[in-house]
Design a binder for this molecule. Structure first.
Ligand code: FAD
Length: 376
């Protein structure tokens, strides 16, 4: 499967990604080919037209995309957002959406959680969905929601019971599957954000958006739980992407260090050049093992919150450090867009912050694994 993904990626060389980055374009052809080849549907059960494979297989795909210089961020959400529909959707919702997501007729690439005023404090989010007969009326605002303009469906998290009326902060939130073609221009306004990387992130403004009551995923008030599994899958898959990025940087650095001659010898014959590459290699292999462990636990339906968080953090650290090492190995040429490294360097920086920042992962480990007092 890795070879097949690599062969597909080879048809979209690094110049393709550089051009899209400068034009802020979306890799529609690449995503279509990935879908048609079945790679984006590996997690969808065969009965709905997918491959019925595990997260471990999905990780191999995401890692390979990143390692080949492509930008996996253009297509990764299809894999983990779908899990909310698969695990918590009604039979009717599954029949309605999953076969079309598997075939590529519908793109589920958007996941609307983050808000401008509440950020990481998810349970404080202010977007509301109020039940009125057989409809919900949605009001509020989201920020940094990726690929909304390149998606047919979005899973949205909104508050259905006010925070001061619930026993626990995680209660009273609900998840919805929103059909974007019916929403945009009818209560949902989408504004692209001019950002450091080509991630197609947008601000969303909900002004009395009307959605049918059967858009609800799972039970009303239970939305936090609905998205939680998907969040673990997201962290593990993004960990795999970071491992791919790190391996990309290491491959580039090794090739350049062996080839570039200064002072009459390859720069890679200096220990000060080769040791950082070797260290990044060791750290990437360790991170890859944690990603694999988290994916195996997820596939076995075991608790994997700690491992998913650690996998994402260690892999993001490995890719960020490898990116820095790769820049240093390339000297001034690292800054030339022609070498592609600077684009990947910008792209991999995201994963120190999104989908969850390093600090919040450390807080999770301190509190939930080590039993230390809650710090916030
Ligand atoms: C390109 C891009 C794409 C994105 N795509 C999506 C998407 O598709 N869907 C979506 O819902 N969101 C998306 N996000 C949002 C992303 O998940 C958030 O930016 C991230 O979770 C951090 O939230 P914030 O930006 O509000 O930071 P804040 O919560 O404001 O935090 C700012 C800083 O303070 C630190 N901090 C905050 N509280 C604490 C604390 N208690 N202890 C220690 N440190 C703390 C954080 O670690 C962080 O470094 C995207 C973001 C970007 C940049």
């Amino acid at each position: 499967m890795r070879e097949a993904v690599a062969a597909l990626c080879a048809r979209y060389g690094e110049d393709y990604w550089r051009r899209l980055d400068s034009e802020r374009g979306y890799p529609a052809e690449f995503v279509r080919e990935m879908t048609e080849a079945g790679f984006l549907a590996v997690l969808i059960p065969e009965v709905y037209g997918g491959a019925g494979l595990g997260l471990i297989d999905a990780c191999a795909i995401m890692e390979e995309i990143s390692r080949r210089g492509a930008h996996a961020g253009a297509c990764h959400a299809q894999m983990y957002v779908m899990g909310a529909v698969l695990r918590h959707g009604s039979d009717a919702q599954k029949q309605r959406y999953l076969p079309k997501i598997a075939s590529g007729e519908l793109r589920l690439q958007s996941f609307g959680v983050t808000e401008p005023d509440t950020g990481t404090d998810t349970t404080a989010l202010r977007t509301t969905a109020v039940r009125e007969g057989d409809r919900y009326r949605v009001n509020g605002q989201k920020v940094w929601i990726s690929r909304v303009q390149h998606s047919d469906l979005m899973v949205l998290l909104a508050r259905t019971t006010p925070l001061d009326q619930v026993e626990r902060r995680t209660h009273g939130l609900s998840a919805f599957i929103v059909e974007l073609d019916q929403a945009i221009g009818h209560g949902l306004d989408v504004q692209p954000i001019d950002a450091m990387i080509n991630h197609h992130a947008c601000e969303l403004f909900f002004d009395d958006l009307d959605i049918p009551a059967d858009s609800l995923l799972g039970d009303e008030g239970d939305g936090f739980r609905v998205i939680l599994d998907g969040m673990n899958a997201e962290r593990i898959l993004i960990g795999a992407e970071c491992v791919g990025d790190a391996r990309y940087f290491i491959d580039k650095a090794v090739a350049y260090a062996a080839d570039r001659v200064v002072f009459n010898r390859p720069i890679g014959s200096n220990q000060a050049v080769q040791f950082p590459i070797a260290r990044c290699y060791a750290e990437t292999e360790a991170a890859a093992l944690m990603v694999e462990r988290a994916a195996m636990l997820f596939d076995a339906a075991e608790r994997c919150g700690a491992e998913a968080n650690m996998a994402k953090m260690l892999a993001a650290d490995a890719s960020w450090k490898a990116g820095d090492m790769c820049m240093q190995t390339h000297g001034g040429f690292a800054f030339s867009r022609e070498y592609h490294i600077e684009r990947k360097f910008r792209e991999t920086r995201l994963y120190q912050i999104a989908p969850v920042s390093t600090n919040l992962i450390l807080s999770y480990i301190a509190e939930h694994v080590l039993g230390l007092p809650r710090s916030y």
